[in-house]
Design a binder for this molecule. Structure first.
Ligand SMILES: C[S@@+](CC[C@H](N)C(=O)[O-])C[C@H]1O[C@@H](n2cnc3c(N)ncnc32)[C@H](O)[C@@H]1O
Length: 288
């Protein structure tokens, strides 16, 4: 129960911080997390996000399908890690707004003791995440920025839920493409990999510009990149080589870095399986 008098006893720096977090939700600027939520059919978004989403939909009418393909890829990867790869602890970086099939729901359905750290830097995600997860055992929502990997690892460990000396499933779905080149995502990815022990897994999905292999897709990717950067300030469709580099020298599991729907498809997927998006790819690698 929260009393007025509690505020009086709360240290002023804590109070200031708490207010910043609440005020951090900005209804006037679109957010990547909320635009994505809108594409997935969620309700945690505002008019400003819907306007950006409509612009994207004009350019890419199948964006909602691609978003769903990404969630289904995530589901297959988490299930594989929990059932076949001995992973009991996950760090989901850029976890996004809660949706159908969150990582802990998938992992704990096959492995009840699974623990999941959700990391994001968007105040809307943090508020909704905490509301949803307050009573869920084995999960935590941590306010961190991928661009500060050391803090991210430290704060994950500090939850007491994960032990970074044991194998970790590190999940980076739809986030590395929101780092610009000058932020050195390849250095950040290497820092995260190096902190994890043998048997850990690194899974990611990423916008891809397939170049000469698919010239029409490449042109489309460049157009989408422009809209993302103008409206959201981020978005990089990288080459296969650039994306493969995020796995370093870890062992890439079969079938490798592929369009999302081609990574170990499952009969339960409800995406139209005929669609292969060469501009959105994913893969999983294991530290030997
Ligand atoms: C497109 S959503 C992906 C959500 C989910 N991982 C998925 O694939 O379905 C990208 C998420 O990354 C978060 N994000 C973007 N840049 C970030 C950063 N530098 N640090 C932490 N989170 C970030 C956004 O707030 C958003 O929730």
């Amino acid at each position: 129960m929260h009393h007025m008098s509690d505020d009086l006893h709360e240290p002023s720096e804590n109070r200031a911080k708490r207010q910043r977090v609440v005020e951090g939700i900005d209804h006037t600027k679109p957010s990547v997390a909320r635009v994505y939520d809108y594409l997935l059919g969620g309700k945690d978004n505002y008019a400003v996000d819907q306007r950006v989403a409509s612009m994207l939909l004009q350019l890419a009418p199948d964006a909602p399908e691609a978003a769903r393909a990404n969630r289904q890829f995530l589901g297959r990867v988490v299930r594989h890690l929990a059932v076949n790869a001995g992973i009991t602890q996950f760090i989901d970086i850029g976890s996004g707004l809660p949706t159908r099939g969150n990582v802990h729901e998938i992992a704990q359905s096959v492995l009840p003791e699974a623990r999941v750290i959700y990391i994001d830097n968007d105040p809307t995600v943090l508020a909704h995440g905490r509301a949803l997860l307050a009573k869920t055992l084995g999960t935590a929502v941590v306010d961190c920025d991928l661009r500060e990997p050391e803090t991210l690892l430290h704060d994950s460990q500090a939850t007491g839920l994960v032990d970074l000396s044991k194998p970790v499933g590190m999940l980076l779905f739809g986030i590395l493409h929101h780092l610009n080149d000058h932020e050195r995502p390849e250095v950040i990815a290497a820092g995260l990999r190096d902190a994890l022990p043998s048997g850990s897994h690194f899974a990611l999905s990423h916008f891809c510009n397939p170049g000469a292999a698919h010239p029409e897709v490449a042109e489309h990717a460049r157009a989408a990149e422009r809209v993302f950067n103008q409206r959201l300030g981020t978005g990089r469709w990288r080459s296969r080589e650039e994306i493969l580099a995020y796995f370093g020298d870890w062992e890439l599991l079969s079938p490798g870095l592929v369009p999302l729907s081609e990574w170990r498809p499952a009969p339960s997927d409800d995406t139209r399986q005929s669609i292969t998006y060469h501009d959105f790819v994913g893969g999983v690698a294991r530290r030997p």
